[in-house]
Design a protein around this ligand. Structure first.
Ligand SMILES: Cc1cc2nc3c(=O)[nH]c(=O)nc-3n(C[C@H](O)[C@H](O)[C@H](O)COP(=O)(O)OP(=O)(O)OC[C@H]3O[C@@H](n4cnc5c(N)ncnc54)[C@H](O)[C@@H]3O)c2cc1C
Length: 290
């Protein structure tokens, strides 16, 4: 039997006390859909699991200037939110495609990025939406852009005593349209072979600003900066978008590899084809009334 202690504090202060007390022998758990799978697969558990589910006030999605998503907001909450669907559509698409309804009912957005899998379905949308991560610890808080959050495969900047308490998306993103494509063998219960998120703004027919994010295209989720730079100030036409797709799929932007789920050449073809498609979709979704 795999043995561990389970604690369910009701305040952040109690979480910090436990994290300080147990250090690397403790692990945080939210929905548990990654943590429990890892324990089962490795047959090893931390000495203590510290559940965040007693922190009920971290379960929210709000717009107040920018967008604020509490660490206990589940993918199902994002999927059912009109605000997320209309204004942060790429994130809606990412969250709605995770696992199954049963998984989405308990799995959290914060858990998805803290697990830091290169395939995390919400990482691409968050990168394309300029998200920031609020980390709180016993010594204070800090806000880290999601572009700096992932430091390696399954690794983040989070310190042992810190908790992600909120994910923020700046207000300027309400003027962007966005879209996410998950290339997978099945619609449900399948990780992406590759993921493509695009957000952009138009000035008449000119692309004034864009973000392109890719998952399973490098050891961490990434932005395709060279392709974004290419798009800046260009007209929104097929030739331009096709070239952006080519740049995004090239070694200028990603380090594609072969894996059981798909080969590098296939990932490159999907990125090349879907960057233009997601850009067109994102452009259609720009809200004119903002
Ligand atoms: C059947 C199944 C299907 C799945 N399908 C997909 C899929 O299609 N796409 C996809 O991207 N993922 C998928 N997943 C993975 C998983 O559901 C997501 O990564 C989920 O969002 C993790 O959230 P959680 O709340 O369950 O995290 P947990 O498992 O509780 O935690 C995950 C990690 O994050 C840490 N953590 C959690 N919350 C915090 C916090 N607030 N602060 C600091 N650290 C924290 C934990 O310590 C742990 O390291 C699937 C999982 C299962 C079991």
């Amino acid at each position: 039997m795999i043995d561990y202690d389970y604690r369910k504090p009701e305040s952040l202060e109690e979480v910090f006390t436990l994290l300080r007390e147990y250090g690397h022998k403790a692990a945080l758990i939210a929905g548990g859909t990654d943590v429990m799978v890892k324990i089962r697969n490795t047959k090893r558990a931390p000495e203590v699991l510290i559940s965040l589910r007693g922190l009920k006030d971290l379960s929210y999605i709000r717009k107040n200037g920018g967008y604020h998503i509490g660490a206990l907001a589940t993918h199902r909450m994002l999927e059912q939110s009109d605000l997320i669907q209309k204004e942060l559509t790429a994130l809606h698409e990412g969250a709605s495609r995770i696992g199954s309804v049963q998984v989405r009912n308990v799995a959290t957005l914060a858990g998805n990025i803290c697990n830091a899998a290169p395939s995390a379905d919400t990482a691409g949308p968050l990168l394309a939406l300029d998200a920031q991560v609020l980390l709180q610890g016993p010594d204070g808080e800090r806000v880290v852009p999601v572009t700096e959050f992932f430091t390696g495969t399954y690794k983040t900047v989070r310190k042992e005593t810190e908790v992600v308490t909120e994910i923020r998306i700046p207000a300027h993103m309400e003027r962007f349209g966005s879209a996410y494509w998950k290339q997978s063998r099945r619609k449900a219960m399948n990780l992406p072979i590759v993921g493509i998120a695009v957000s952009l703004r138009l000035d008449k027919r000119t692309i004034s600003d864009s973000r392109i994010a890719l998952t399973v295209a490098a050891p961490t989720p990434i932005r395709a900066h060279k392709a974004e730079e290419f798009l800046a100030g260009k007209p929104m036409d097929d030739t331009v978008l096709a070239e952006a797709g080519r740049i995004a799929a090239s070694t200028e932007c990603c380090t594609l590899r072969d894996s059981l789920r798909g080969e590098a050449w296939y990932r490159a073809e999907i990125i090349e084809a879907y960057v233009p498609r997601m850009a067109r979709l994102a452009a259609q979704r720009i809200r004119t009334s903002v």
